[in-house]
Every structure is written in C-alpha cells, then in structure tokens.
Design a protein. Structure first.
Length: 165
C-alpha cells in the first residue's frame, strides 16, 4: 500500500493512541521504524477490538524481561543499567503489546518487592544515557506520595536461591 510520510506519521500516532498498534525505532535488529499490532480487530457483523491486556500479558512481560534486558545490556557495555525504552521496545514488539501493558507489569513487579517469586529484582533510576529519543517516553512510577516519577534506566539483579528451612 503506497503511503507518504505524513500519512504514515498520522497513522502510527492514531493507532498508538487508540491502543491497536505500537511502534518504535528501538526494536532489536536492523535500525528501522517497526510497527506491530497490539489488538485483534474483527468486523462484520460488528466491529470488535480485543486488546492484549490483563494478568496473562503482564506475566508474559515479566517472563521476557530478563532476555530483553540482556540484549539491551550488550549494547551498553559500560553499565549494568540500560535504557528502559530499549527493553520496552523489545518486549512489546515481541509480544504484540502496547507500552501501557509493559509499564503496568513493571509497576506490579516493583509493588511486590521482596514478596516477588521472580528470579530477579528490578531496580530503576532517573539517570539517562543521553537524551530520551522523541519517539519514546520514560517509565512513570508513582512514589510514596503517589506523585508520578519518570525513570529512564533499569537493571535486573539475580536473587540468591531461596532455601526453605
């Protein structure tokens, strides 16, 4: 389908706003703008949109997080912290999710804290590696006063094996 640049920009912004597609320049692989569906759209007899949300998808994000983090860490060899937007793009494009599902999974992981059964601990920081690309956004997480704080980098730390006494 022939599409000019302005039409593509309008299309990708509206589809992201409507929650039916995602896009990023930072998906693993050759550098390019990548678009992916984040919902199933069916019609007739009636238009139906089924977005990929809920516990099964947040759990899938948390399962894929270590692999996506490791891929991003290979690009940032000087630090164990990696840009959140690199990890988000890898996970969301792989699972066909929008950014909000990823962000929700991260917030849930942080809320569990030490009670988590995950084999890793997630740490966020507000530092940045250069400027955040204009096509990406920071991860917003509420603090104890319920103010949203922007985080740009993350690291995963393996938890020691838990032994039962």
């Amino acid at each position: 389908m022939p599409l000019d640049y302005i039409s593509l920009e309008i299309l990708r912004r509206w589809t992201k706003t409507l929650g039916v597609a995602g896009f990023s320049y930072h998906v693993p692989g050759p550098p390019a703008l990548r678009l992916w569906p984040t919902a199933e759209i069916t019609s007739p007899p009636q238009l139906t949109i089924s977005r990929r949300t809920g516990e099964q998808w947040t759990a899938a994000v948390l399962r894929q997080l270590p692999d996506a983090y490791e891929r991003a860490r290979q690009q940032q060899r000087d630090s164990s912290f990696v840009p959140v937007h690199l990890v988000r793009a890898a996970v969301c494009s792989s699972l066909g999710l929008n950014d909000n599902v990823f962000d929700t999974a991260i917030r849930q992981c942080l809320a569990l804290g030490v009670e988590s059964d995950l084999p890793y601990r997630l740490n966020l920081d507000r530092a940045q590696f250069g400027a955040l690309p204009p096509s990406e956004r920071p991860l917003l997480v509420p603090d104890r006063q319920n103010r949203m704080r922007a985080y740009s980098v993350m690291t995963l730390v393996n938890r020691p094996e838990r032994t039962s006494a």
